[in-house]
Design a protein around this ligand. Structure first.
Ligand code: PLP
Length: 341
């Protein structure tokens, strides 16, 4: 469905369109058959991301979901247990892909401000060991979307890493660059505490397609095979990877603008619905999540004001800021929220 251009789309940062520079880079991209390692543009994107996160190697994939699924398949064997936060994308939003693709079961951990706390993790680990189960992997999400895009605190990640010892740690960093811009912690600093990390260039960074998974050379070799098994091996993918390079090189710093606007939206929501439990000070990146007693009437009201938004679970509204909004569209949204019934 195509929308009239003047609709203010707060559903997701995935709605962002590629920039002119991306389109030019795509048109001019040098390409080859990536099955034979002959696409120089894909290779450049993989090297660029690996360097940004301080890992030996990286792999370009069609989506963040596939990057997570490939990571799960690469780290686990059937029957293994993966510990993860109960609302993380790879638990709740990937259509039980982990069960289907990797035959693993999750040990679910409660999330506190979007993080897994070391004490909670140790308790779950002890439980799994008690039952004689093998914990193959721990997964975290940074930023954590369902908690309103919360970035991880680095000392909490250090504590978690210390608690899990030698069990591999995977970071779903779909919005790692948002976390980095909000906290000042470099992507490589976050990634130094995990064994694999993936980020999407197709969200706030505005590339049309793609995510990148990074880790050791050995891990990425396994991931390459698993990507092929899931049907994600691509050929002259340089035409899309070219936009990913522009995304990583030119679109990271401007995320601060999205974060500033999300805080404005959060303040308007908190003023209008003081009972909704939203603290604007806790909105550090580009996502605003809050409870509403009648989400469909609120969304219809917004739609009547040319604003699109969505829900992430029953009773929970989400507003997301991104490049294809400007101050005047955000002001229009602020006015609409302040007059919402
Ligand atoms: C935290 C997180 N991880 C993974 C994904 C999956 O990315 P994709 O939509 O490219 O499959 C998303 C998508 O919204 C996400 O928010």
């Amino acid at each position: 469905m195509s929308h009239a251009p003047d609709l203010i789309d707060l559903r997701s940062d995935t709605v962002t369109k590629p920039t002119d520079e991306m389109r030019k880079a795509m048109a001019e991209a040098e390409v080859g058959d990536d099955r034979y390692g002959e696409d120089p543009t894909v290779r450049r994107l993989e090297e660029l991301y690996a360097e940004l996160v301080g890992k030996e190697a990286a792999l370009y994939l069609p989506s963040g979901t596939m990057a997570n699924q490939v990571a799960l398949r690469s780290w686990t064997s059937p029957g293994g247990v993966v510990l993860a936060g109960k609302n993380q994308h790879l638990v709740q939003f990937e259509r039980a892909g982990a069960a289907k693709n990797s035959n693993i079961q999750f040990g679910l951990i409660r999330e506190t401000d979007g993080e897994l706390r070391a004490d909670d993790l140790i308790e779950e680990l002890q439980l799994q060991v008690h039952f004689g189960l093998e914990v193959s992997l721990v997964c975290i999400e940074n930023t954590h979307m369902p908690s309103g895009g919360r970035p991880w605190k680095i000392d909490h990640l250090e504590e978690l890493k210390a608690a899990i010892g030698t069990i591999p740690l995977h970071m779903d960093g779909a919005r790692l660059f948002n976390a980095s811009i909000a906290t000042g912690i470099k992507p490589s600093e976050y990634a130094s505490l995990v064994d694999s990390v993936m980020s999407c260039v197709s969200k706030g960074l505005s590339a049309p397609i793609g995510s990148i998974l990074a880790g050791s050379e050995e891990f990425i070799a396994r991931a390459r095979t698993e990507r092929q098994i899931l049907g994600g091996q691509m050929r002259q993918a340089g035409v899309i990877a070219a936009a990913g390079i522009v995304a990583l090189e030119t679109m990271v710093d401007r995320l601060a603008e999205d974060h500033r606007r999300a805080k404005l939206l959060a303040s308007a929501v908190a003023d209008r619905y003081p009972e909704c439990g939203l603290d604007p000070n806790a909105v550090e990146t580009n996502i605003v999540v809050f409870e509403h007693k009648d989400p469909s009437s609120f969304l219809n009201y917004l739609r009547g004001n040319d604003i699109l938004a969505g829900t992430i679970s029953p009773g929970k509204i989400r507003l997301v800021t991104h490049k294809d909004l400007d101050d005047s569209s955000v002001e229009q949204a602020l006015r609409a929220i302040s007059h919402a019934p």
